[in-house]
Design a protein around this ligand. Sequence first.
Ligand code: CO8
Length: 260
Amino acid sequence: SGTKIKVDLDGSTGIAVMRLQSPPVNSLSLDFLTEFAINMEKLELDKSCRGLVITSALPKIFSAGLDILEMYGKSPEHCGEFWKAVQEMWLKLYGSNMVTIAAVNGSSPAGGCLMALACDYRIMAENPRYGIGLNETQLGIVAPFWFKDTMANTVGHRTTELALQLGLLYSAPDALRIGLVDQLVPEDQVVSTAMETMAKWFAIPDHARQITKSMMRKPTIDKMVSNRESDINNFVSFITRDSIQKSLRMYMESLRKRKA
Ligand code: CO8
């Protein structure tokens, strides 16, 4: 198995903890996404596993979202393969039969936010310096329809309209206020609270919960699956445009300048 994600399954509790450990910022590279998919497949098939907690092994950052370097200066073929892997991550997580809880112990922009949104429940560290949201427009790019749908399914249409147009990154308290996360706890209690929360979800019979989850999410998943090829084509033609490549370059430079 790989090295960017560490999974510990406790057979006695039925809970797997997935720790993202891809420094410096847990960006979702093609390698990372491939490892994620393999781990999800294993856990999904493992009858001793009923619940999954996703958290970060890095300080201050849950995930910086998609790896910008996978989208910058790359061939259309590479971009297409990368996008397919991003779709796969979402399909596996949003459609999981397990109880999935995001233990968001740091910042979680864009694709990081999508990953948290695809879980059943989100617990975030109460630190107001941590931001979460779909900030794509700030990079000059557009969140695809299924990012938008996942957000709207969580916080509603109007809030999503504001959040996506303005590319808002919400502080942890604001994220709680709009329902983007479900609960804030002190930083050192994010994972332990996720484990406690899991017990509540485990008290519900799996089959009834799974059918209900599927009923809520299937239309959104079906829509993406039936548009999967065109979504890849759209992404590739959009991301390889000169103007968009220029936006990405400027954004990466702004990240560097911010530091200097
Ligand atoms: N991809 C690649 N590299 C990254 C990324 C990223 N997403 N984020 C940060 N890095 C790099 C930085 O450039 C930096 O590299 P270097 O050391 O070489 O300068 C290194 O990681 C460390 O970053 P910081 O110094 O910025 O670390 P901080 O702890 O100060 O901040 C943050 C961490 C808050 C995560 C900050 O790095 C940040 O805001 N990053 C950008 C996050 C972001 O905006 N991600 C959006 C990615 S796009 C996406 O996920 C969805 C796209 C949908 C596509 C739709 C197209 C059609």
